[in-house]
Design a protein around this ligand. Structure first.
Ligand SMILES: C[S@@+](CC[C@H](N)C(=O)[O-])C[C@H]1O[C@@H](n2cnc3c(N)ncnc32)[C@H](O)[C@@H]1O
Length: 263
């Protein structure tokens, strides 16, 4: 297989510039990503409290570049909350869905990620009164689209999803605990299980999987574990260094396991 220079690489910088400078047209099989949610998280190098319309522009510009780099039969899976959490109740999952559809992507499905974790409640709205009560949302969405064609080409011997996995993952209610172990290294990582299911369900072995908001490197790490190739982008050097070490450790572990098995 011909190896491209952008494959299995960590790129530091803004997601659009990094894609423009490094990734050719029609070269990525699968994008899995979770953008900043615009909820005031203290990221290393990003203002996470933009006016909502500026935030939507930030997202839309990302999808335009994602579309360029995806193969014709490539897919994109975007993890977003249902609504913005700033009290203004903007339906983010609807707005992102419409952005992708307006760009010509074909919607495949939405997956509901049930996070189980209802953290300690403080914002009840009007407590025990119908005056103005609030609900909490212990779930997020994963919105999945194809670029131009719904069928993704690949060789039969590169399919590695098991029967049980296929049955389980094709039910769009995903009950997965949030990631808690990595929170001292990154403010908002998603769990490996989420990336694992998307990778196994939507890609073949050796496919190229991109995360333009790479963060702690979850997508890259799971891509390595599942024999896919990755492309990582983040505009924080700190997160990039962490992601690189995480992936290097995984590669070392896999080499050790292989060595032990051949003894
Ligand atoms: C929600 S986090 C992604 C977390 C990731 N899914 C994980 O499991 O670690 C969003 C990431 O986007 C990065 N980011 C924010 N603005 C960016 C930009 N303009 N270009 C590239 N990355 C950016 C942040 O540094 C942060 O790591």
């Amino acid at each position: 297989m011909m190896e491209h220079s952008f494959v299995n690489q960590f790129f530091f910088g803004d997601r659009i510039e990094a894609m423009q400078q490094n990734i050719p047209n029609n070269s990525i099989d699968l994008i899995i990503t979770s953008p900043p949610y615009n909820v005031g998280i203290d990221y290393d190098n990003h203002n996470d409290l933009l006016p909502y319309s500026d935030y939507l522009t930030f997202l839309n510009n990302t999808w335009i570049e994602c579309k360029r780099v995806l193969k014709r039969d490539g897919r994109i899976a975007i993890n977003v909350p249902s609504v913005t959490a700033d009290g203004s109740y903007q339906p983010l999952f609807v707005d992102v869905t419409n952005q992708l559809r307006n760009l010509g992507f074909l919607m495949r499905c939405d997956i509901l990620w049930y996070k189980q974790a209802i953290s300690k409640r403080t914002a009840w709205g009007s407590w025990q009164s119908p005056s103005n009560p609030h609900v909490v949302q212990p779930y997020e969405f994963i919105l999945v689209f194809s670029k131009e064609t719904k069928t993704h080409d690949g060789e039969k011997h590169k399919i590695d999803i098991t029967k049980d996995e296929f049955i389980s993952f094709s039910n769009s209610f995903w009950d997965i605990k949030p990631e808690t172990q990595l929170s001292k290294f990154h403010p908002a990582p998603f769990p490996e299980e989420l990336a694992y299911r998307l990778i196994k369900f939507y890609s073949y072995q050796d496919d190229i999987v991109l995360d333009p908001f790479g963060g702690s490197g979850t997508v890259a790490n799971v891509a390595v574990k599942t024999n896919r190739r990755f492309v990582y982008i983040d505009n924080s050097e700190e997160y990039l260094d962490f992601a690189k070490k995480r992936v290097q450790n995984t590669i070392e572990d896999m080499r050790c396991n292989l060595f032990t098995q051949t003894l």
